[in-house]
Design a protein around this ligand. Structure first.
Ligand code: SF4
Length: 340
């Protein structure tokens, strides 16, 4: 795939700020180009460049403390936009784009859209959103791009926040999501309950999310049902800076204890089945880390793993028809990550 990113701008920032040692955080798809990126940046600046190789799935996961300990004066984080307000060293966000043609892609599914369309996308395609809006408006659609306070740009969604989509929910019949994969459009469909079509510039295809949303909801119902009657819970606390919801975890533990249940606080960076396997004798887990762990990786965990809202259903405090998708409060405030 052809990626576009501006290494001249990276080099200019390094020279302007006088950095002598920096680190790069690259999304998976760019890592096999890491050596070329390092060569170009260091030859243009003379700066020492580290590549952070730990998994990094989002801008919630800036490895600033560890990289600062190596003497890195700044981090260049590719492919995401800023969501963390405070970091140990400055973080510069580098846009990553791929070329695609609006008319080609939208032409494949414009006829499947109803009149009133909500647009949503990720950081990678935000700069094309107005062009998409114009294309659809010229074909008679009324197009809405949701705006919210906080760190999200108009129309931008994260895997853990669909606040911009929800902001226009009452005005639209359908969402058109622009971007690759099912991860984000599935989230829109789950968080809004509305018809969602994914226009994928990477594959040139258009997909309706209805079938996968229904499948995921059935799986969630089965997991919640399995967790009913659980007595021993693990309350998962994410150690990644933007995934830390300690206040929520403590409230959940308290709630479980008050019901006479056992609740253990399990703190970890990577919330993956292998790391939690030793706790398989607990009855269930509830995750306050990345909201998508419970949804997208559920089948890989040996015991049910629920979101906080799903725990309420399992405990009988919320009805299944009130099911809501767990989201991070990025739309509420730029400065909330320490107090969640
Ligand atoms: S919390 Fe999860 S969904 Fe949200 S940005 Fe981080 S990795 Fe992505």
């Amino acid at each position: 795939m052809m990626f576009r990113y501006d290494l001249d701008a990276v080099a200019a920032t390094i020279r302007e700020r006088g950095y002598k040692r920096v680190a790069l955080e690259l999304p998976e798809g760019l890592r096999d180009r890491a050596a070329d990126i390092v060569d170009e940046v260091s030859s243009k600046t003379g700066c020492e460049v580290f590549v952070s190789c730990d998994p990094c799935y989002g801008a919630c996961d800036i490895n600033d403390d560890a990289l600062a300990a190596l003497g890195c004066e700044a981090i260049f984080h590719f492919g995401h936009t800023r969501i963390l307000a405070r970091t140990k060293v400055p973080v510069h966000y580098v846009e990553v784009h791929i070329p695609w043609d609006v008319a080609d892609l939208l032409g494949k599914g414009e006829h499947l859209l109803d009149e009133k369309v909500g647009l949503a996308t990720t950081a990678q395609h935000l700069h094309r959103l107005e062009e998409v809006k114009k294309y659809l408006e010229e074909r008679g659609h009324r197009v809405y791009i949701g705006k919210v306070k906080g760190v999200l740009k108009p129309g931008q969604v994260l895997g853990c926040s669909f606040a911009t989509a929800r902001a226009v929910k009452d005005k639209v019949d359908v969402y058109a999501y622009i971007g690759g994969g099912n991860f984000h459009p599935l989230g829109i469909a789950l968080a809004t309950g509305k018809k969602t079509l994914a226009f994928d510039p990477e594959t040139g295809t258009v997909r309706d999310m209805e079938e996968i949303r229904d499948r995921v909801l059935r799986q969630r119902f089965a997991r919640i049902a399995k967790a009913r009657g659980a007595r021993k819970f693990g309350v998962v606390v994410g150690l990644k800076k933007g995934q830390r919801r300690l206040g929520l975890a403590l409230r959940l533990r308290e709630k479980l204890r008050k019901r006479g249940m056992k609740a253990y606080l399990l703190a970890l960076r990577e919330v993956v089945p292998d790391n939690l396997y030793p706790f398989r004798k607990l009855d269930a887990l509830v995750s306050t880390a990345c909201p998508r762990v419970a949804i997208d990786d559920a089948g890989r965990f040996p015991i049910p793993i629920l979101t906080p809202e799903e725990l309420d259903i399992a405990l009988g405090e919320r009805d299944w028809v009130e099911y809501v998708f767990d989201e991070m409060p990025w739309s509420a405030s730029h400065h909330q990550e320490e107090s969640r």
